[in-house]
Design a protein. Structure first.
Length: 292
């Protein structure tokens, strides 16, 4: 069977009524390839009085990967990056030894009815790169390979598929695809990385004849090829890569192969030893509970 397991995820309120559906990490699987965190937010109509701004907060040992279908986000970070994030672009922020960033509603959308819809993933860095210098790279939608295969629209956001390679640089084998199928269309997925998963964004999908419901993630048995069929117009993501080089400890926004490192990061944040985001005065306090 092509589906090894199905993750149902859970809803989490990030504050201000901003609810996300979280699939990774999960009890049965900490990560899929390097992806140790997977949040899906929206689609939602944002009320004019909503405040979905995410105040400055820190990261270590990971790379955030932000991808929008609708809406816009203003990104600012402690290394001086300022970037408006819009649909179709890939924004890869390497935290390494430590970075702080904010994610705010652009001024032109404040008080204006709009929709927001997107994904935020974290890729755990290989142990040898956990303490690399922080970095931020914006890859616009125009630079992302966007083509058709057997009638299916495929965007290679990260990695290589169907002979096309994304310009987004990574630290290990990584795959991230955005695929759109019309009703009745099929697409074969072969030569996937050792670990891979499919997550439907919209529509009705079958994987080798097995239905995959919305708001679930299918962990794949990649020893054989998969045939994905759309019973209605559908959009889905494919994620994956080579397995992580060992277990990762997670505490709030911190990821590391060493437990003492994430605890130290928490102490550093409380003592405000991280670099600040230029122009920002707010910050999110360390939460009281420590994760595993």
């Amino acid at each position: 069977m092509s589906i090894a397991s199905v993750l149902k995820g859970h809803e989490k309120d990030l504050g201000g009524g901003f609810v996300v559906r979280r699939y990774l990490p999960a009890a049965v699987k900490q990560a899929v390839g390097p992806f140790i965190f997977f949040d899906h937010f929206g689609p939602v109509d944002v009320p004019v009085d909503a405040n979905h701004d995410v105040r400055p907060h820190p990261h270590i040992g990971l790379a955030t990967v932000t991808y929008l279908f609708e809406g816009a986000i203003d990104h600012r970070d402690s290394i001086g990056s300022v970037q408006r994030i819009e649909p179709g672009a890939i924004n890869w922020m390497t935290a390494g030894r430590g970075i702080v960033h904010s994610e705010r509603t652009p001024k032109d959308l404040v008080g204006v009815p709009h929709r927001t819809h997107g994904l935020q993933l974290w890729a755990a860095l290989p142990a040898a790169h956990e303490e690399d210098e922080p970095n931020f790279v914006h890859t616009p939608a125009a630079d992302i390979p966007d083509f058709t295969v057997d009638g299916a629209r495929v965007k290679v956001l990260i990695g290589t598929a169907f002979g096309k390679t994304s310009p987004v640089a990574t630290y290990s084998q990584t795959l991230y695809l955005d695929v759109t199928l019309q009703a009745g269309q099929e697409l074969g997925l072969a030569s996937l990385p050792e670990e891979a998963a499919i997550y439907p964004i919209s529509g009705q999908l079958e994987i080798d004849g097995v239905p995959l419901a919305l708001h679930t993630m299918a962990l794949l048995d990649t020893r054989s090829a998969q045939l994905v069929r759309a019973d209605s117009a559908a959009q889905f993501m494919v994620i994956g890569g080579e397995p992580l080089d060992g277990h990762r400890f997670m505490f709030w926004n911190f990821v590391s192969s060493r437990k003492e490192r994430v605890l130290q990061a928490g102490e550093d944040w409380t003592a405000q030893r991280f670099a600040a985001v230029p122009g920002e005065t707010e910050w999110i306090p360390l939460p009281p509970k420590v994760g595993k």
